[in-house]
Design a protein. Structure first.
Length: 419
C-alpha cells in the first residue's frame, strides 16, 4: 500500500475534559434519550505514535506505540518522505484503566523497530496488539516497501545497517523484562509468497497492523499485503483471506483502489470482522467492515458506510464499534476522527455524538466490560499521542431497568468479553 500511512517518562495524570453538548436534536428525541454528554478522560499523554490497544487482566490497558524512527544508519524513501530506522517502538501499560483513579502508566517494552521522518511523526512500528491475561502479543509493522533511487530495499538490507530492523514485519510475544519472542515472520511470507500479486499488486509490501488470537492461532491483518493471514505459535503462515482491488470515483473518473485491511476481531457469532481503510482516493463512505466465515475465510456479508476505518472492537452486548481515523477522508483538510456504533447483525451503523475535537486522527479502539471506550488519539504524532477513556451517556430508562439480573454488568449483559 503506497499511500499516506497511518499510519521515556509519560504524563500519567488523569485529566477529565469538558464535554460540551453535541448538535441539538428535537425535544422528543432528547427526552427519549435523556443521555448525559460523554465524559472524556485523558489516561496517558506524550506517547509516540500510539496505535492499537487492548485490555488485559485487572482492567490494565496495553498500548502499542509505533515509535519515532531513529538516526541516520538506515534511511530510505517512504510514503511520508525520507525516513530512518530506530529502536523507538514500545508497549505501554496503563494500570486499572477503568477505575475512577487509574494506576500508573509505564512502558513495559521498549527498543522495538520503528521508522519515521525526522519529525518523528507518522511512524511505522509496533501496531497490532492482543492481550490474554498478562500475555501480550504484538505485530511490529513495516517495512512497507522502502525505496532508494526508485528501487525497493528489502528488509535483509536494512538489517545489515540497523539490526533492530529484523523485528519489522513480525508477530511477537512479549516476555518478562520487555524481551520479545519471535513467533511468525509476516514479511518473510510476503517476500516469498506475495499473495496480492495475483490481484494486481506485485510489490513486496508488508505492514502487519492488527492481531487477534483465536483457538490457539493468530489472525493478522497485513495492510501492505491486503490480506488477513493465519499464523501459528511455531511460525507457520497461510492466507485466510485475500482482498481484491476495487474501483472508486475520483474527480469524475473511475480509479483503481486497494482494500487495505486495518483491524481484525472475532465477533459474538464466531466469524471474523475486518475493518477497511481503503487506498487512495479514500472515498467518503467507501470503507467497509467485511465479515469473513470463521472456517473458510470467505466474505459472507459486508457492513458499509465508513470512511477510513482504522480499527474495530466488540462490546459485551455484541455491538460493534468501528473507529475512523479521519471521518471526512484522508484527502480532506480536517483531522477529526469518529466512532461508529453498529447494532448486532446490522448492515450499517451510526456515528456516536462526540464533542467537536474529541478525536484527532485516532488509531485504535478497545471496549471495557462496563461499556467504556478506550481510544488512542493523535496516533500520528511522535510526541503528543494520547489514550482517552470515553464514557458514553446512558438514558435513564435503561438505567432503571439495569441490575435486575444477577451477574450482569452496566450494559445488562454477562460480564465477559467477546473476543
Amino acid at each position: 500500500m503506497r499511500t499516506r500511512r497511518i499510519l521515556l517518562p509519560i504524563a500519567a495524570g488523569v485529566l477529565v475534559l469538558a464535554a460540551p453538548a453535541a448538535a441539538r436534536h428535537s425535544d422528543d428525541h432528547r427526552t427519549a434519550a435523556a443521555a448525559a454528554a460523554p465524559k472524556v478522560t485523558v489516561l496517558a499523554d506524550g506517547l509516540r505514535n500510539p496505535r492499537h490497544l487492548d485490555l488485559g487482566s485487572g482492567d490494565d490497558l496495553y498500548v502499542a506505540e509505533a515509535g519515532r524512527g531513529g538516526g541516520t544508519a538506515s534511511c530510505f524513501d517512504s510514503a511520508e518522505g525520507a525516513a530512518c530506522v530506530g529502536a523507538t517502538g514500545a508497549v505501554t501499560r496503563i494500570e486499572d484503566a477503568g477505575d475512577r483513579r487509574p494506576g500508573r502508566v509505564r512502558r513495559i517494552a521498549d527498543g522495538l523497530a520503528s521508522f519515521a521522518p525526522a519529525t518523528g511523526d507518522n511512524a511505522i512500528g509496533p501496531h497490532g496488539i492482543d492481550v490474554s491475561g498478562r500475555t501480550v502479543y504484538l505485530t511490529n509493522g513495516g517495512p512497507t516497501e522502502p525505496k532508494r533511487n526508485g528501487q525497493t530495499v528489502l528488509r535483509d538490507t536494512l538489517v545489515t545497517e540497523e539490526p533492530v530492523a529484523d523485528l519489522f514485519g513480525r508477530l511477537l510475544k512479549l516476555e518478562r523484562r520487555g524481551r520479545t519472542e519471535r513467533l511468525a515472520d509476516i514479511w518473510d511470507f510476503e517476500r516469498d509468497a506475495n499473495p496480492d500479486a495475483q490481484v494486481g499488486n506485485p510489490a513486496i509490501d508488508s505492514n502487519p497492523v492488527a492481531v487477534e488470537r483465536r483457538r490457539g492461532r493468530f489472525l493478522v491483518a497485513d495492510a501492505g499485503g491486503n490480506t488477513v493471514l493465519q499464523a501459528t505459535d511455531r511460525g507457520a503462515v497461510s492466507v485466510f483471506h485475500l482482498f481484491a482491488n476495487t474501483t472508486a470515483q475520483f474527480q469524475g473518473n473511475p480509479v483503481p483502489m486497494q482494500t487495505v485491511p486495518t483491524g481484525v476481531a472475532v465477533g459474538p457469532d464466531g466469524n471474523v470482522y475486518v475493518s477497511q481503510l481503503t487506498g487512495c482516493p479514500f472515498p467518503v463512505g467507501g470503507a467497509k467492515v467485511f465479515v469473513l466465515d470463521r472456517r473458510t475465510g470467505a466474505v459472507i456479508r459486508e457492513i458499509t458506510g465508513f470512511t477510513n476505518a482504522i480499527d474495530l472492537a466488540f462490546g459485551t452486548d455484541g455491538e460493534l464499534y468501528v473507529l475512523e481515523i479521519d471521518a471526512d477522508s484522508l484527502l480532506a483538510p480536517g483531522t477529526d476522527g469518529a466512532i461508529v456504533k453498529v447494532a448486532r447483525g446490522a448492515s450499517t451503523g451510526a456515528r456516536i455524538a462526540l464533542p467537536t475535537g474529541t478525536l484527532t486522527e485516532p488509531g485504535g479502539i478497545a471496549v471495557g466490560d462496563r461499556g467504556s471506550l478506550y481510544v488512542s488519539n493523535r496516533a500520528r504524532s511522535g510526541s503528543q499521542g494520547q489514550v482517552l477513556r470515553i464514557q458514553l451517556g446512558r438514558d435513564k430508562a435503561k438505567d432503571d431497568n439495569k441490575g435486575k439480573g444477577k451477574g450482569k454488568d452496566d450494559n445488562g449483559t454477562d460480564d465477559s468479553r467477546n473476543r
